[in-house]
Design a protein around this ligand. Structure first.
Ligand SMILES: NC(=O)c1ccc[n+]([C@@H]2O[C@H](COP(=O)([O-])OP(=O)(O)OC[C@H]3O[C@@H](n4cnc5c(N)ncnc54)[C@H](OP(=O)(O)O)[C@@H]3O)[C@@H](O)[C@H]2O)c1
Length: 344
């Protein structure tokens, strides 16, 4: 085994949209595995827009502290234990973990870690995407929070992203009419052709978002699955139907700012429409992952739910892959294969 661990550190705090040179490669000696610790080889790195928030100096909350400059960037990995001096982790165990962007990680067990079962039926990358935090977010946001009914209109922002690409399919499986929001005519067409969305709104169209939502949702928006916040959320609130539900999954437009978030100025609409808006954090439902995974697997098995993945290779690609989330170059779940010749 190599005696060098290659990592990606936060070289500079991103100014609005992340740039590849906000990140730098650092090579350090392989860590020693002390009593109580274990070492993982990180096979896949999940790129998640939400981690942009913790790159801001003033961030930090009950999930993660603000990332420190020149320290490894935090993310989610799909990892295999390769050495262990901790009785709870055996060599060969597969973990989904909140580790850094690095080829090898030292764990102690008090990190956010989900141990995967040994009888995995699907490619390992699925357990970061459709069967991981991403798929769970789409599943819990819809089944626990927004609860669309058959025939209702569900609008999903970042509709071709990791969560959105699954949320759209699940909302359709629940019998809803699905309308995605994306950044170009080409991506909108892919949403309809490849993900089965009934319609798609180009958020950059000159018609303006409010008018485009009104045109695509003449009976109003019954459910909004929100990943972006800001002006999009405000435009949706102006178009809600009576009794509508908004599931707040994330707020991409706010992650790119270290200042106060610009929020919707029309919340009184929720009062008159008796609408509700609820945030959720998937990882607080960790005890229900088996239930969610069982349903997601059943849909995959029956061919009703498809995984869309966008791969880049090698630790050096991590920064580029992360930037792609904000330029909209990605489609589906963005994953870096850290060891393309070792995929579990
Ligand atoms: N609550 C939870 O537990 C939980 C768990 C996981 C993720 N999340 C949240 O879910 C959201 C989606 O994450 P993801 O991993 O699915 O996303 P993703 O794959 O990272 O995709 C991001 C997509 O967002 C769109 N986008 C980028 N910048 C935007 C902007 N300024 N305004 C509007 N849209 C923009 C782009 O799509 P287009 O080019 O198509 O517009 C891009 O492809 C994030 O907010 C994340 O924090 C929440």
């Amino acid at each position: 085994m190599t005696d060098v661990n290659t990592r990606v550190v936060l070289a500079r705090r991103p100014d609005i949209y992340p740039q590849n040179d906000d990140f730098a490669i650092s090579r350090v000696p392989m860590p020693q595995v002390e009593e109580g610790m274990f070492l993982t080889r990180n096979l896949y790195l999940s790129l998640d827009a939400g981690f942009r928030n913790w790159m801001n100096e003033s961030s930090g909350d009950n999930v993660l502290p603000a990332m420190a400059l020149n320290e490894p960037v935090m993310g989610l990995t799909l990892s295999r234990v390769i050495e262990s001096r901790n009785p709870d982790y055996q060599e060969g165990d597969l973990l989904m973990a909140r580790f850094a962007w690095e080829e090898y990680s030292l764990g102690g067990g008090d990190e956010f870690i989900v141990k995967l079962p040994s009888d995995l039926k699907y490619p390992l990358s699925y357990y970061l995407g459709i069967l991981g935090d991403t798929g769970m977010s789409a599943y819990f946001g819809l089944t626990d929070v927004a609860k669309p009914k058959p025939g209702e209109t569900v609008v999903i922002s970042a509709a071709g992203g990791a969560v959105g690409s699954i949320a759209g399919q699940i909302a359709s499986l629940m019998g809803a009419r699905t309308v995605g929001i994306s950044s170009s005519v080409e991506k909108c067409q892919r949403l309809i052709d490849e993900l089965g969305y009934d319609a798609c709104i180009n958020r950059n169209s000159t018609a303006g978002l409010r008018a485009a939502i009104a045109a695509e949702c003449p009976g109003g928006v019954d459910v909004y699955f929100d990943s972006v916040g800001g002006e999009t959320l405000e435009a949706i609130i102006d178009n809600l139907s009576q009794g509508a539900r908004i599931a707040l999954c994330g707020s991409i437009t706010h992650y790119n700012s270290d200042g106060p978030a610009t929020g919707p100025g029309n919340l009184f609409e929720l009062v008159t429409k008796e609408a509700t808006m609820q945030g959720f954090m998937t990882h607080f439902r960790e005890d229900r992952y088996p239930e969610a995974r069982q349903q997601l697997e059943a849909w995959i098995e029956s061919g009703e739910l498809n995984s869309i993945e966008y791969f880049l290779d090698g630790i050096e690609s991590a920064g580029i892959a992360f930037c792609d989330l904000f330029s909209g170059r990605n489609f589906g779940k963005t994953i870096v294969r850290l060891f393309p010749d070792d995929q579990g």
